[in-house]
Design a protein around this ligand. Structure first.
Ligand SMILES: Cc1cc2nc3c(=O)[nH]c(=O)nc-3n(C[C@H](O)[C@H](O)[C@H](O)COP(=O)(O)O)c2cc1C
Length: 293
């Protein structure tokens, strides 16, 4: 049930909300905004009306505009670009627990990832305790080892037998000894389950790296949880219909990178005036001078 309220004393009838509403259900009546009759169900609850209103006239689902942060200064493009270039996959982690306050900030930021139709059905299953992580890693790898021994690895995933052997030899290729992990999963009947999962974890990764944490997209762990030991995922409360599932490992890095890598733009094409495509020619080829941004 949507709780959408307009304060008629604040609404100045500017119409910004009517232009902004993505589903077009807000109209002005006698100069005051309101939702079209019988269209409450169409509301995405995206809060754009609340955010765009210059006078703070709307409350949505109990969120009052006066309780919302004003929009502030954004990080500079240079800062964000540097973060994107310097983000590296981390495969060596320190064992200790990430500071609880940092962890909490990361978890709270997950709420801000966009989702298709603002459905926000992505579930985040979070391991915030390194001891729990060790137990879970062991359970997954025991299951993988068992499946390999029983010749029960799914088609295409037979290489997990080698990963299980390496684990037995003390080499954790799947979880890389990370002290934490976040599993994001979404039900398949949503409008964009895979995209929702990847966007949320991408945002999480970038914020985590801005705190100096190491992160790793763990495709091996995701495969294992989805296809080899799905019972472990069920045990964690991840519903069976959550087939879009991915894993991000995180922790303090035990590796320090001393320089950025260089990546040439690949597979970037610009659409030409005759609606064909040609390779992107950068008018500003990357500078590689020291300290350049
Ligand atoms: C979806 C996805 C899954 C990945 N899975 C793994 C993995 O299971 N193990 C691993 O060591 N690296 C994994 N990676 C990391 C990639 O190998 C890495 O991103 C790539 O080599 C580029 O290095 P960089 O992330 O440092 O730029 C994965 C990356 C992505 C995007």
């Amino acid at each position: 049930m949507l709780h959408w309220q307009v304060d008629p004393l604040r609404c100045v009838g500017c119409g910004e909300c009517t232009r902004e509403c993505p589903v077009g259900i807000i109209i002005l009546r006698d100069g005051v905004a309101g939702i079209l009759p019988h269209r409450h169900k169409a509301c995405l609850r995206c809060q754009h009306c609340l955010a765009v209103c210059p006078t703070g006239a709307f409350s949505v689902d109990g969120v009052h505009p006066d309780a919302c942060n004003p929009v502030g200064e954004l990080p500079s493009p240079q800062t964000v670009e540097r973060l994107l270039r310097q983000r590296r996959s981390c495969r060596r982690f320190r064992p200790e627990k990430v500071d609880t306050a940092i962890f909490d900030r990361l978890m709270r930021a997950l709420a801000y990832a966009p989702t298709g139709k603002n459905q926000r059905q992505t579930r985040f299953t979070v391991v915030d305790d390194p001891e729990v992580m060790a137990k879970l890693r062991q359970q997954v790898m025991e299951g993988v080892t068992q499946a390999a021994a029983n010749d029960a690895l799914p088609d295409g995933l037979q290489f997990f037998a080698a990963l299980a052997r390496r684990y037995g030899d003390g080499q954790d290729i799947v979880f890389r000894g990370a002290p934490h992990m976040v599993i994001a999963s979404s039900p398949h009947d949503g409008p964009s389950p895979e995209a929702d999962v990847f966007i949320a974890l991408s945002q999480l990764e970038i914020l985590a790296q801005s705190f100096g944490l190491g992160t790793l997209w763990a495709g091996f762990a995701a495969w294992a949880l989805r296809a080899i030991v799905p019972s472990v995922a069920r045990g964690l409360g991840i519903p069976g219909e959550h087939r879009a599932l991915y894993v991000l490992l995180l922790g303090y890095p035990a590796v320090r990178f001393h320089r950025e890598v260089q990546r040439a733009p690949r597979f970037v094409f610009r659409v030409t005036s005759d609606l064909a495509a040609e390779p992107w020619q950068s008018p500003h080829p990357p500078t590689i001078a020291k300290g350049s941004e």
